[in-house]
Design a protein around this ligand. Structure first.
Ligand SMILES: [Zn+2]
Length: 701
């Protein structure tokens, strides 16, 4: 067979196999091995002959790194649809139509909008929604999405159906829920920030300059609109909303989901079914559903207001998120010299509390998420505590015609003016590494004295800064060696100075090496990682030796974090030597013990306990391998209930069916008999001394 003929045959064969596998979800007609063999054969032939079809499956990946996303204009504005959250408002809107009007309901996909342009059936361009009139060209990235056909086919079996010359397909790019779990696991293992949600991850994955990264994310595409200049085609196959969706499927896209709404439809029942059943059973995210007039002709008659169509309305299910405007983006210095970025927001209420600031992780996050000053963004409370930005509210930006300003990433430290480094932690963050940067040193010291670190309670950031400015303390060594009269010199009262020095002494004599390691503020070495390192090496000195002789390796501590630790040790030998000499380096056995009974469990405690202080039970959970949860959620394994527990926590846990245990049950799980509790000391760092356990206080229910 002629080589060109063989190429054409292979392309057809492999595209068909992809369609069956990724769109129809049918098992492959040939094995993965055979698939790979044929891909190799095709690749070789293409290289040999130079004959590469634009829709060849080899064109999905393998594009070179792009340097930027160019802006592309579009013929039809990519508009938005008005939202509502209230069923009555939706019903009122539906009532305005004639009772014979037919509507359809489609899912409101929660991802990134995208427009695909096909010329003579071949995919030539993919772009983001952007401003509506213009979008970013992401062709190389959309080609990696397996359920987007590179070439449209007539799949109807009906010869009168055809692929028009020009065709635009609009839809949403989504990250499957199962993929997010997988990706976040990998990211966490590598010490990278996990994605907050699927929408976030989808947007971030699309705006990758390297299409290989996009390819690896496993994105999918769901169409919701098809447009063509071909009047005959439009009249026959695009005249109704549901026809449009069926036509997309007939050309090679996913089978659509929609429901027809007539005057007899029970809207409440439909929404209940959608929210309680359909929404939960899909592997992709939806945040509501969209009602549209079925007939195109009627759509045209009804027309648009200034920005949104009269013939469509989105009903959004309640989420604990809100949209607000970014007033500015401010920069903070972290304990390790890492710069943090914070969105200063027009205050907005989310889940009952006023939010005016939200963390933006790093400059890549700001760029990937397309966050600009002046733009509307969605705010969500992560783990019900820290607010974070989960995406740009493009619809509102469009409706309110907002002017936005790009955020310029800093090139020098905004505090000391010295150049910034991206070398630490694999390049995710910007760091000030200047040894004498005042802000950096003050933040490092403030972190060092924190409760979770060396627990020197009396020292606030303000006092630390004062000691630093007076030249009394320039690093933590000065601090732990300082005397009461030094503190007195800094304007600290006699009593307070005494308290501080006592606390220093107590911390040094009671804390263990994981606290020492954590207190140093090494990039990426926080509480959990410190514990893992000390669990393995038992002391900081042993971990340092391993770092120096190149054998450092801890299970579940990713490459980037390990490198960060080893680099820090090598580059800061004086500080490390001091840490081993002056700070606790031996594990303290205080009877609470270490173990792995809680491995993989998420636990939260509420109320007061007999054996533990508040911090103590937290520490105990972590020492036994558990994760201390930030709030009650469905992922929680146990709620440990003490005396006078938080009512809302109990209520929520009851509602979610979370297992609640009392203190003695908790002690049993971690392998401590309630009877021997008397000998257990307070958790290190806590000033309260524990009282001997009284038997009546054990039973809490
Ligand atoms: Zn600096």
């Amino acid at each position: 067979m002629d080589k060109i003929q063989r190429i054409n045959e292979l392309v057809e064969l492999l595209n068909k196999a992809n369609y069956e596998y990724y769109v129809l979800n049918e098992p492959r007609t040939f094995t993965d091995y055979e698939f790979d063999m044929r891909m190799h054969e095709l690749d070789d032939l293409e290289k040999e002959t130079g004959h590469i079809l634009p829709y060849s499956p080899t064109q999905r990946v393998g594009s070179d790194l792009q340097s930027e996303f160019k802006e592309v204009p579009r013929k039809r504005i990519m508009g938005s649809i008005e939202n509502c959250y209230d069923r009555n408002e939706l019903k009122k809107w539906l009532k305005q139509f004639d009772e014979n009007e037919i509507l359809i309901v489609e899912p409101k996909y929660d991802g990134s909008s995208c427009s695909l342009i096909y010329e003579n059936g071949v995919l030539v361009q993919g772009s983001t929604r952007g401003s509506g009139f213009m979008g970013s060209d992401i062709t190389a990235n959309v080609k990696t999405i397996r359920n987007i056909p590179l070439k449209l086919e007539n799949l109807t079996g009906d010869e009168s159906f055809y692929v028009p010359e020009h065709l635009e397909v609009r839809g949403e790019i989504l990250l499957p829920k199962s993929q997010l779990i997988k990706i976040n696991k990998e990211r966490e293992a590598n010490g990278e920030q996990p994605f907050a949600n699927e929408r976030n991850a989808a947007a971030g994955s699309l705006k990758q300059l390297d299409p290989k990264v996009t390819a690896a994310r496993g994105l999918i595409f769901k169409p919701y609109g098809v447009y063509s200049d071909d009047e005959n085609f439009s009249e026959q196959y695009l005249r109704r909303q549901s026809y449009m969706l069926e036509t997309a499927a007939n050309l090679g896209f996913d089978k659509p989901y929609y429901w027809i709404v007539t005057k007899d439809t029970d809207i409440d029942k439909l929404l209940d079914e959608f929210e309680n059943n359909f929404l939960k059973n899909q592997d992709f995210c939806m945040d509501g559903c969209v009602f549209k007039i079925q007939s195109f002709k009627r759509q045209e008659e009804l027309g648009y207001t200034q920005k949104v169509p009269h013939w469509a309305k989105a009903f959004k299910f309640k989420q604990e998120q809100a949209s607000t405007k970014v007033k500015s983006i401010t920069i903070q210095m972290g304990m390790s010299g890492q710069l943090g970025f914070v969105a200063e927001l027009v205050p907005v209420e989310v889940d009952g509390s006023k939010i005016s600031r939200a963390t933006l992780n790093n400059v890549d996050f700001i760029r990937d998420m397309d966050i600009k000053i002046g733009s509307y963004v969605f705010i969500q409370k992560a783990g019900a505590v820290i607010p974070e930005v989960t995406g740009v509210d493009y619809e509102r930006n469009l409706v309110e015609n907002v002017k936005t300003v790009d955020f310029d990433a800093p090139t020098v430290c905004p505090f000391c003016g010295k150049p910034l480094s991206r070398k630490i932690d694999g390049g995710a963050h910007l760091y000030c590494t200047y040894k004498w940067c005042e802000e950096r040193n003050v933040q490092k010291l403030t972190y060092f004295v924190k409760k979770e670190c060396m627990n020197i309670d009396g020292l606030s950031e303000k006092t630390v800064r004062k000691l630093y400015e007076l030249g009394l303390v320039s690093n933590w060594k000065d601090l732990i060696l300082c005397k009461q009269y030094d503190l007195f010199h800094a304007g600290i009262g006699v009593k307070m100075a005494e308290k501080i020095t006592n606390e220093i002494d107590e911390s040094l004599s009671t804390l263990g090496p994981e606290r020492t390691l954590m207190s140093l503020g090494i990039p990426m070495i926080g509480k959990v990682t410190s514990k893992k390192i000390i669990d393995k090496y038992e002391s900081l000195s042993a971990a340092v030796r391993a770092a120096l002789d190149g054998t450092f390796d801890v299970e579940d501590v990713g490459k980037v974090a390990s490198k960060s630790f080893c680099d820090y040790v090598k580059e800061n030998m004086d500080e490390i030597k001091d840490a081993i000499e002056y700070l606790p380096d031996e594990k303290v056995d205080d009877g609470i013990g270490y173990g792995s009974a809680l491995e993989g469990l998420k636990i939260l405690a509420t109320g007061t306990f007999v054996t533990f202080s508040r911090e103590g039970i937290k520490e105990s959970i972590m020492r036994n391998g558990g994760t201390y949860a930030s709030g009650v959620s469905k992922n929680l394994d146990y709620l440990v209930v003490g005396d006078k527990p938080g009512e809302s926590k109990i209520e929520k846990a009851t509602e979610l069916g979370i297992k609640m245990i009392n203190e003695s049950e908790y002690l049993k799980i971690i392998g401590i008999e309630a009877g021997v509790v008397e000998s257990i000391q307070e958790s290190p760092g806590s000033k309260k001394k524990s009282e001997p356990i009284k038997s009546e206080s054990i039973s809490l229910f």
